[in-house]
Ligand binder design. Sequence first.
Ligand code: PHB
Length: 398
Amino acid sequence: MRHPGRSLAALTSVVLTMSLAACGGSSLSSSSDGGGADGDGPVSIGLSVPLSGVYASLGEDMTQGFDLYLEEHGGQLGGRDVKVVKADEGEKPDTGVPATTKLVTQDKVSAVVGLVNSATALGLRDTFEGSKVPLVVANAGADGLTTPTSDYIWRTAFTNGGVGGALGAEVADEVDGGSVYLLGSDYAAGRESVGGFKKAFEAAGGKVAGETYTPFGTTSDFQPFLSKVKQSGAKAVYVFYAGAEAVAFVKQFDSFGLSKDVQLYGAGFLTEGGALAAQGASAIGVRTSLHYSDLLDNPVNGEFVKAYAAKYDEPPTTYAVQAYDAAAALDKAIETADSTSGADIAAALADVGEIDSPRGPWSFDEKHDPTQTYYLREVADVDGTLGNTILNPLGEQG
Ligand code: PHB
């Protein structure tokens, strides 16, 4: 459940940021070598996540994960005080591209962390390449961000096709000859997630009953799409929805009566964090693939869950871990970089090695995506609270 403690936590995070911004004192100058400055003053890091729109709750989780890492490390990355400059990515590129561009061109940050929406992140690719400032993508999963690979783009998250693809063979096995209907938000993330699932599902002998993409950010009534699912006779559904869209979809799937006869599968964002808390019992039994659950049993996650819950009064999410790990990667990179210029930090990101993450240890692959394990998760009641229980690993991929 989400708790009222959340607003106090958000306030604490702002105070931390402001006090870090106030300390240090040496002025930052711009550099032709990609933002930031050298000297002993604080290193400026931009954090661009949605604080409004359908993905606002994801942005809040990412801010919390990033702030927790800083708090646990004395407000420093790589031995340098940090000034965090925050921007509101909003819902789509029309807000996210200008807000993030300002961090680079006006605030002269040394690196940017964040970005939830794939379309927004794709719209910023040239900005980061051109300015030689590294972007550490802490969510957006579009293939085009890391293919072709850029010296300035690194990702601590996932690829949308990877999350969907991880589930394909498992679902083909579970439906055992029955067909599956595919649904997703109509933009890069929905199309790549469904595409990745479909490829792996069909390769494993699965049959697709139909495929529909719903307008992103404006669909609140899924009834017409749920009718199509029913008419198709599909035995199961695979979907990509996140944030507020995930809440509406799962609740309506249940209230439409489909959950009795049709198994719902999805990329794990469907039942993550605030979405699951809002879906409540309508999400029980939903099966998803993802690289994290707060219920993962490893010592690093045990400590992380305890620290996160103590600070924010709620369990951490995948979004929080991705931002926490982005801070960890920058911590290692800034430690060894020749200076705090964007170009030097970007070069140092190539040598950060293994990140000892709550999701389990991972490293950047040759495309700058994490090599990591995906898990089959199922929503169940765990000691009176709904959670994403881990059923089994689905294999390792980017
Ligand atoms: C994306 O746009 O790539 C995206 C957005 C929200 C998610 C996952 C992926 O939860």
